[in-house]
Write a protein that binds this ligand. Sequence first.
Ligand SMILES: [Mg+2]
Length: 180
Amino acid sequence: MSIFKRFYPNLYTKTTYNIDFVKLFDHGYRGIIFDIDNTLVPHDAPADIRATMLFKKLHAMGFQTMIVSNNKEPRVKSFADVVGSEYVFQADKPGTKGYLEAVARMALPKERVIVIGDQFFTDIWGANRSGLCSVMVGRISPKEPPHIHLKRVLEQPIKRAYFKKRRQEKKQGLDGWENM
Ligand SMILES: [Mg+2]
């Protein structure tokens, strides 16, 4: 077992926008916790039509949504208001407080909530520490502030180990959904 396991998501996909949300619903998930920056839009970009349509679709399907971000309230609220979602700002990920608050506000059991984010050290580690399943996505844009760039460099060994594990699983015919 890898020493990096605590940082691993349950599933990885290249972008939020090709996640099979019908399959998530069929697996019993009813609440989705989203990161914003580089998960839904490029870093610091406003909510766009693609993000807005996604939330509309998810709400119509019967999902509750929560945006949980380490960013400050003006950024998080303005985004959440456009897509019509509840939110938690300054969540202190990888701390568990923001995630647990989001779960409590949705009034769902943890096993019905999924976390979607683009960073091992914040989104995914925080989800694991909170006892929540997670989907990691590739970042939307490489344009990021220096402190995030530094985390990307530090993430590299974890990313390599995780993708190696996934390659081995794929050889065994596993598609990643068995972890969900
Ligand atoms: Mg992010």
